[in-house]
Design a protein around this ligand. Structure first.
Ligand code: PMP
Length: 366
């Protein structure tokens, strides 16, 4: 039976996270019999025509929604964004060159540490001394004209900061981890040589990593590494060199269809801004009862991080939120506090409900 009336939680999980109800319902309807094949997409060959169409449609939709230029490849990999921390330097950090990293939080630190295992790296800028509550300005970025690349993290899932705009890095290839804000807003892909993102926030379920890579940059990759760690392997075979995560790619296709139906990234951005504003308004109007972590100019529209006066009050808030049907509002285990992740698929109503809860809790506890 189709459970269209299923009670859906107010899901603010940081990832894996909320998926669009319409995409889940479509997958549910097609699960036992995909387009009359007498089996689900999970049970089909990745070399068959049904899966091939699903695969190519997901690539085409990503190209369309992000306006990806023709001279870029779109790849589907596995190993999460974490494997990209190693694949990027394996492919693009040759001996004798140095790669620059902008340190804006835990994930950029992990990317940096992995690259350090493989070659020479340095910090182009860091927000560490400010507890990663901001994004360094373009003027602060210090990197050599012959750097192998400059690596940034477009949205900091844990601290709740987000780059508003991206720097022009001239001849230095710009690489971004966009795991937690890809497809949340339009941006100029042509500024980047490589973009990667784990799917499990805005794109679909865990298990797929999307890579968008410029062809002339790809041509400079180190060929002397294992087959599965070369971007070229996947580019040459349309990401079908080996068995791809077929169900994840299928579900991502459904999520991309949903984004298109919503009006594409222009509409999604407006909605994300509206959603984040609801919660930031509750913070800003609270006279310090709620304290946002990020400086206002660099606030993330995806991960809204805040604290209450003390841990005891935070615990009480989280317990009441849980009671009221909210999920995922505890901050990352490394920083504590509270975090509301309002990715694309989180409905406006969930953010309105959270705002109402925050106001009520403040009234009752101040
Ligand atoms: N980068 C960012 C910005 C993330 O938020 C995460 C996961 N939350 C990762 C990388 C790691 O991703 P994965 O678990 O897919 O390896």
């Amino acid at each position: 039976m189709m459970s269209t009336t299923a009670k859906r939680a107010y899901n603010f999980n940081a990832g894996p996270s909320a998926l669009p109800l319409a995409a889940l319902q479509k997958a549910q309807a097609q699960l036992l019999d995909f387009q009359g094949a007498g089996m689900s997409i999970l049970e089909m060959s990745h070399r068959g025509k049904e899966y091939e169409a699903v695969h190519n449609q997901a690539i085409a939709l990503l190209r369309e929604l992000l306006a990806i230029p023709e001279d870029y490849e779109v790849l589907f990999l596995q190993g999460g964004a974490s494997l990209q921390f190693a694949m990027v330097p394996m492919n693009f950090l040759p001996a004798g060159k140095r790669a620059a990293y902008v340190m804006t939080g835990v994930w950029s630190e992990k990317a940096y540490a992995e690259a350090k295992q493989l070659g020479e790296v340095y910090e182009a800028a860091s927000s560490k001394s400010d507890k990663h509550n901001r994004i360094p300005s373009f003027d602060e970025l210090k990197f050599d004209a012959d750097a192998a690349y400059l690596h940034i993290t477009s949205n900091n899932t844990i601290y709740g900061t987000q780059w508003r705009d991206f720097p022009d890095t001239g001849a230095v290839p710009l690489i971004a981890d966009m795991s937690s804000d890809i497809l949340s807003r339009p941006f100029d892909v042509s500024k980047f040589s490589l973009i990667y993102a784990g799917a499990q926030k805005n794109l679909g379920p865990a298990g797929v990593t999307v890579v968008i890579i410029k062809r002339d940059f790809l041509a400079t990759a180190n060929p002397n590494i294992p087959t599965m760690l070369r971007y070229g392997t996947f580019a040459k075979e349309n990401s079908l060199y080996n068995t791809p995560p077929t169900f994840g790619i299928y579900l991502m296709g459904l999520v991309l269809e949903w984004i298109k139906e919503q009006g594409g990234l222009a509409a999604i951005t407006r909605r994300n801004e509206e959603k984040a504003a609801l919660i930031y308004d509750a913070i800003d109007a609270s006279n310090g009862f709620y304290r946002g972590h990020a400086v206002p100019a660099d606030r993330s529209r995806m991960n809204i991080t805040f604290r209450l006066a003390n841990e005891e009050l935070e615990k009480k808030f989280l317990a009441e939120a849980k009671q009221a049907g909210f999920v995922g509002l505890a901050g990352h285990r490394s920083v504590g506090g509270c975090r509301a992740s309002a990715y694309n698929a989180v409905p406006v109503e969930a953010c309105q409900a959270l705002k109402a809860l925050m106001l009520k809790f403040q009234q009752e506890n101040s």
